[in-house]
Every structure is written in structure tokens, then in C-alpha cells.
Design a protein around this ligand. Structure first.
Ligand code: AMP
Length: 298
């Protein structure tokens, strides 16, 4: 595996079908599942690692976001990627960008409402990665459901000839969706955070049992979080997989997204609901058997 720091070097190493896995680093099995998918489907696998200041508000955790290039390089190599692209700030933004990408409508609700400007930052950096590396396929987690909708729409609107692949959520053994930010949680916060997954599982069960009302599914997701002290729900919303707009009923492919705050940490989770063979099938993701590599140091 080669670690490179410029777009030019990253692009030069791509041959055949090139798969890109964009990340902000401090890798865990969620990221590795994207590398695995790219490895199965592509000739060259490039993992990018860049903590993108454009997608953080001044009040957010840009300065404290966990970073460890050596640790991440080992994991990317172990996962069988060909290239780790780790640009410095000057490579990504040689100057304050005067050109940015804003995706309307799909970014209006949920995270877009709570984090104004966040998705402009995401769309801009992903567009730069697409333009600078020119991959054939790019891999994203269903974990960040509204981000996936935004990236798909941006790719279509800007005619990037890139196939966007969405992969299931990978969870810790207690059900908490893996996130680099889980490293912030103390044991009490961690215990409170589990309520999110209880809600997600209850939604999956209700769908299998035939529940189709958006309000009812949202209530089912919200209840365990609202009942738990030490965690504050931002929203539980049933949304359209194509547009991220809220749905009154489950009548098209959707996701039920939950966002909550535990101490200074915001956590996101969701269950996607896909139409398969005429039925509604919840995809709540995959659980690890044991401890995550998230807690492994270099
Ligand atoms: P991040 O480093 O948090 O920006 O995430 C990089 C990519 O990994 C995004 O496409 C995320 O959606 C994806 N990802 C993050 N956490 C998970 C997870 N638990 N399961 C699956 N994909 C994930």
C-alpha cells in the first residue's frame, strides 16, 4: 500500500476500475466494510483521509476530532487497499474556496436544519475528491443516510460518471452504531447511548409486524431515548431514500433516522427500509461479535 498526499499522486496510482472510500479517519469496522466492498468490486482501492473543516461549524469538534495517521495507515493496509490519500489542508484548499457545492431540498430537514452549512461542506469536499481522483465507484455508509442522499443527488446533478454505492451500518457488539465519535463517550454516556439502538430495533420489528404509519414508527424510535435520562433526542424522522423529505407513511423506500445528544457528543443512527420482492425489509445493519478496532491504538 502507498500513502500519498497529493491528488496528482493518488490519480496516477489508479488503474482499471478505481474505487474510492472517502473518510475522516480514525477508522473502525464501518469504514473497513466500505474498503471490503470496494476491494470486491474494483481493481484499485483508494481510501481518502481528510478531516474537512468546511463541514464543521465553529461550535463543533473540529479541533478535538480524533486523528492518528499511523494507526489508520496500518488499518487501511490490513484491509487490502492500494492507496491511502491523506492530503494536507493546503492540498485540499490551497485558498479559501470561492466555488462551493450546495445541494438544495434534500439537505433542508434533519441534519441540514440542525447543522446549517454542513452538507455544503460535505458536497464540496466530495466533489473535489471526485474531480481530483476520478474514481469509477465511490463507497459511502448508510450510517449517514442524509449524506448518502446528498452525495447521490450531487453526483447526478453535476454529471460525475461515478457509481455511488451505499453499504449497511456496522454496529458495536451492544448495537451502538460505530462512529469515530464513540471514543468521546464515558461509561455513563455509553449506557445512555444504547437507547438509540433499542428504538431502531423496535422500529425494525414493528415494520416486520406490518406497521406503516410514519408517526407511529417515529414514536417507536423516540420512546426508549426519551425514557432514558442523560440523552436528548434531536429528532426521529421517517424520510424518503431518494429525497430525504419526511414521509407520513411508509409507501416508498425510506429510512427512519434518529439523532441524539449525549453530553457533548451527537450520535446518528437509522434503519433503512427497502422494497424487496414486494415486501418492506428493514436493514438495521450488522453487529460485531467482539470489541471494535476503534479502541485499538497504533
Ligand atoms: P466518516 O469518517 O465518519 O466521515 O465516515 C466515512 C464513511 O464511512 C462515510 O461514508 C460514513 O457513512 C461511513 N461510516 C461511518 N460509520 C459507519 C458505520 N458504522 N457503518 C457503515 N459505514 C459507516
Amino acid at each position: 500500500m502507498r500513502t500519498v498526499h497529493t491528488f496528482r499522486d493518488a490519480r496516477a496510482l489508479g488503474s482499471g476500475c478505481v474505487g474510492l472510500v472517502p473518510t475522516m479517519g480514525y477508522l473502525h469496522e464501518g469504514h473497513i466494510s466500505l474498503v471490503d466492498a470496494a476491494r470486491r468490486e474494483c481493481d484499485t482501492v483508494i481510501v481518502s483521509l481528510f478531516v474537512n473543516p468546511l463541514q464543521f461549524a465553529p461550535t463543533e469538534d473540529l479541533a478535538s476530532y480524533p486523528r492518528d495517521l499511523e494507526r489508520d495507515a496500518e488499518m487501511v493496509e490490513e484491509a487490502g487497499a492500494d492507496v491511502l490519500f491523506a492530503p494536507q489542508l493546503e492540498e485540499m484548499y490551497p485558498d479559501k474556496p470561492l466555488t462551493t457545492v450546495a445541494v438544495d431540498l434534500v439537505t433542508e430537514g434533519m441534519e441540514g436544519e440542525i447543522r446549517p452549512g454542513h452538507f455544503d461542506g460535505v458536497a464540496t469536499v466530495v466533489a473535489k475528491l471526485f474531480a481530483g481522483i476520478a474514481p469509477d465507484r465511490a463507497y459511502f455508509g448508510r450510517k449517514d443516510a442524509q449524506q448518502l442522499v446528498t452525495v447521490r443527488r450531487m453526483t447526478t446533478d453535476l454529471s460525475f460518471p461515478i457509481v455511488i454505492v451505499g453499504e449497511p451500518i456496522v454496529r458495536e457488539s451492544d448495537g451502538l452504531a460505530l462512529s469515530s465519535r464513540n471514543t468521546y463517550l464515558d461509561p455513563a454516556e455509553r449506557a445512555a447511548a444504547r437507547s438509540i439502538n433499542r428504538g431502531i430495533n423496535a422500529v425494525a420489528e414493528a415494520i416486520i409486524a406490518g406497521e406503516r404509519s410514519g408517526t407511529e414508527l417515529e414514536r417507536i424510535a423516540a420512546t426508549p431515548v426519551n425514557d432514558e435520562p442523560g440523552i436528548d433526542l434531536d429528532y426521529a424522522t421517517l424520510a424518503d431514500q431518494d429525497t430525504a423529505s419526511a414521509l407520513l407513511d411508509l409507501d416508498r423506500p425510506a429510512f427512519l433516522a434518529v439523532a441524539a445528544r449525549v453530553g457533548r457528543t451527537r450520535l446518528l443512527d437509522n434503519v433503512h427500509i427497502d422494497r424487496i420482492d414486494g415486501g418492506w425489509v428493514p436493514d438495521a445493519g450488522i453487529r460485531l461479535d467482539g470489541p471494535s478496532i476503534l479502541y485499538r491504538e497504533a
